[in-house]
Ligand binder design. Structure first.
Ligand SMILES: Cc1ncc(COP(=O)(O)O)c(C=O)c1O
Length: 381
């Protein structure tokens, strides 16, 4: 199957004329990075999620890395993460010189709060809940656990821009929330990320660390008479988000409702059509209405009569791209070395066997969805 024969891709980014115009306009300004468009994007995103500060960075992984080290997490510390997540969650913990401790998930595919409790040790310093696929974790319980054990919560919101838990935007429950704007995410800057926080000291630290540790930004230096004067209090990184990407992000954020309502509508159509198909289980989300559908995932049960892998293969032959999110973290060889494998991941292992991600993107057509649904149902024995 060549790319051109693909009838329904897994994901197609939606870059509108408005988005393109914003990008072209940003290129006309001589300051191409660390400038006013980034500041505007940060201000509007902070307003959107209801946090005091937002700091743009080069991607979601660097957002997690800086949030962790700026919260004081480092060598000798353990950080609890779900076993079902993209590997960036674990990598960011390693980058911070701490150790990720993977724990099992619950029926909604989110981190299991029981499993968090079981894996707390005297070294545990933080928890990274991932609002998986766009559905919120049980933040009441996670906040309670964090309070009882004095743990820092850093929310991985890579899948969940626009998502609320009990009327509060995700990312605002702990010390920091981290967003990714990778092309498949709910809005994109192509590569990019953002840290939101209510802590001034974390925001200041992240701002310096994303920019080599400099105590003054380019805007501040250009305003003064001696732009070469700044201090470095600790070595930093180049994790900046440039003006061109920020202009795309800002434009996408301003049309968030337009983009996301299409995702949700398409997901609800799948729900409606697949709800009663033998052997297909819609993930048990508890409250399906509170979901921003970064991913649309179904479970293929034994009664379907065909394995998930074979379904994937046959659909691909029909020009339909599906995939699996994700291979469990504890199964990667580098994580096995950290002795995570001694824990049990029953639900995660089962989900990995059964889950199938269907094509979902804002511009997917009814015709494309019907084609997916028809071909999938045909395979049921
Ligand atoms: C759950 C999760 N966390 C973190 C990341 C990392 O984001 P990025 O690719 O922008 O570094 C991703 C990206 O796919 C993700 O899915």
């Amino acid at each position: 199957m060549t790319k051109n024969e693909l009838k329904v891709p897994l994901f197609v980014p939606w870059i509108s004329k408005k988005d393109k115009d914003a990008v072209i306009a940003s290129l006309k300004n001589p300051q191409l990075t660390d400038g006013e468009i980034l500041r505007r994007f940060e201000t509007e995103l902070a307003g959107f999620v209801g946090s005091r500060y937002a700091v743009g960075v080069s991607n979601g992984t660097t957002a997690l890395h800086l949030a962790l080290i700026s919260s004081g997490i480092g060598s000798g510390d353990e950080v609890i993460i779900p076993d079902m997540t993209f590997v960036a969650t674990a990598n960011a913990v390693f980058l911070s010189n701490a150790k990720p401790i993977c724990v099992d998930i619950d029926d909604s595919l989110n981190i299991s709060t029981q499993s968090i409790r079981k894996n707390i040790t005297r070294r545990t310093k933080g928890i990274i809940p991932v609002h998986f696929a766009g559905y919120p974790c049980n933040m009441d319980e996670i906040c309670k656990i964090a309070k009882e054990h004095d743990l820092k919560i850093i929310e991985d919101c890579a899948h969940s821009l626009g998502l609320h838990y009990k009327n509060k935007h995700v990312g605002t429950f702990g010390v920091a929330g981290c967003f990714s704007f990778y092309p498949t995410k709910n809005i994109t800057t192509i590569e990019g990320g953002m840290i939101v926080t209510n802590s001034r000291s974390i925001a200041d630290k992240v701002r310096a660390l994303r920019n080599h540790g400099l105590t003054r930004t380019l805007i501040q230096r250009n305003k003064g008479t001696k732009p070469w004067i700044y201090d470095i209090r600790e070595p930093g990184y180049n994790y900046r988000l440039d003006e061109v990407r920020s202009s795309l992000g800002l434009s996408q954020l301003r049309r968030f409702d337009e983009i996301n309502s299409r995702r949700i509508k398409a997901a609800e159509y799948y729900n409606q059509k697949l709800n009663h198909v033998k052997g297909i289980e819609i993930v048990n989300y508890g409250d399906r209405k509170n979901h921003v559908y970064h991913l649309y995932i179904i479970k293929i049960k034994r009664e379907f009569g065909m394995s998930r892998d074979l379904i994937h293969k046959i659909l691909f032959k029909k020009g339909i791209r599906t995939t699996v999110h994700y291979k469990p973290i504890h199964q990667f060889s580098y994580i096995k070395k950290t002795k995570n494998s001694e824990y049990r991941f029953q639900k995660c292992i089962l989900s990995y066997k059964e889950c199938l991600t269907l094509p979902l993107f804002p511009t997917i057509t009814r015709k494309q969805q019907d084609y997916v649904i028809r071909n999938l149902i045909k395979l049921c024995k």
